[in-house]
Write a protein that binds this ligand. Structure first.
Ligand SMILES: C[S@@+](CC[C@H](N)C(=O)[O-])C[C@H]1O[C@@H](n2cnc3c(N)ncnc32)[C@H](O)[C@@H]1O
Length: 309
């Protein structure tokens, strides 16, 4: 089954990452290999490209796609939270650039057996790493109604989180597929509040996926490891798809750029922290109209770039 994934903001990533001959780069979320291929084609002199994905299908797929580029391209079926170890094991001390393209790929979304899609019936799974112990059904079973409501509110920004959680817990025994869950969530939200442009269960699915994959904590850990690994002038490009991710990226970039973390009312700096990164994109870069017309997934994409001092 071939499921094409259209990579977003590729030209913008290339222009900002500025791959150079002899450089060492990381694609922290290789997925279908779109950004990795673009980097390798733009700069044939790249010395090493480390391609990471926690999904073994993505590693197998991108490994086959990029085989022609030879042993300069190294694949790691791990989480980008383990970047430090990945680089150490590859004998790399520092990198010249890294790209994160967050979220799920088309391959993951369109494969019903992965349980990510609202529209395709499949098991309630949602794990990016199919070997991880917690899937969406476990999560629903393990959380009590309040915890489930908090999860749906926090990670889905869903105003009907309490009603949805109560409906899910009441019908838990009957909910075994994505279609069951989508139906129960839709029924929990009064029809007059059903959004026009998205499925009523979209936010709940997003929340459960974020919780199952511990995505926000992973993002913070991955970004910190990337900042630590970058050479001076090395750049980090991060593409996010929803406000929770973007907020983390923006906040971490600001913190690195500011350096000092002392309370504002302290007359002199006591922490001694100095700026580590320069923000290259004061405003997030959005796809242009041509890209938006060609790729619906690009609608919510935001690219932020920072450079190591
Ligand atoms: C949007 S896709 C990337 C698509 C890719 N840039 C391309 O152009 O083909 C996101 C990928 O990131 C992976 N991913 C998400 N979180 C991850 C993490 N913490 N560590 C490693 N991979 C992760 C997902 O498994 C998925 O394959």
């Amino acid at each position: 089954m071939h499921m094409e994934h259209i990579s977003v903001l590729v030209d913008e990533v290339l222009a900002n990452l500025r791959p150079a001959p002899g450089g060492v780069y990381v694609d922290a979320t290789v997925g279908h290999g779109g950004h990795a291929r673009a980097l390798l084609e733009r700069e044939p002199g790249i010395a090493r490209l480390i391609c990471i994905d926690q999904d073994s299908d993505a590693i197998a797929r991108s490994g086959a796609e990029l085989a022609a580029f030879g042993s300069r391209v190294v694949f790691c079926n791990q989480s980008f939270t383990e970047l430090r170890d990945i680089l150490r094991q590859a004998g790399i001390h520092a990198i010249d650039g890294i790209v994160f393209d967050l979220g799920v790929s088309t391959g993951q979304l369109k494969d019903p057996s992965r349980g990510f899609s609202l529209y395709l019936e499949g098991p309630l799974d949602m794990r990016m790493n199919a070997g991880a112990p917690l899937h969406a059904r476990n999560l629903i079973e393990q959380l009590d109604t309040n915890e489930l409501a908090d999860t749906i509110y926090r990670y889905g920004e869903e105003r009907f989180s309490r009603r949805i959680a109560a409906h899910i817990k009441a019908r838990q025994a009957d909910i075994t597929t994505t279609a069951d869950l989508a139906m129960v969530v839709s029924e929990a939200i009064p029809a007059r509040f059903h959004p026009r442009s998205i499925h009523p269960a979209t936010k709940t699915f997003q929340a459960l996926r974020i919780a199952v994959n511990n995505e926000l904590q992973a993002l913070e850990t991955g970004l910190q490891a990337a900042c630590d690994a970058l050479n001076s002038s090395g750049r980090m490009c991060v593409i996010s798809f929803h406000s929770l991710e973007d907020r983390i990226v923006k906040t971490m970039f600001k913190r690195w750029a500011a350096g000092c973390v002392c309370p504002r009312d302290l007359p002199v700096c006591a922490c001694g922290c100095t700026p580590r990164m320069r923000i290259v994109t004061p405003r997030a870069v959005r796809p242009g109209s041509a890209e938006l017309g060609a790729n619906a997934r690009a609608r919510s994409a935001k690219l932020r770039v920072a450079e190591r001092l």
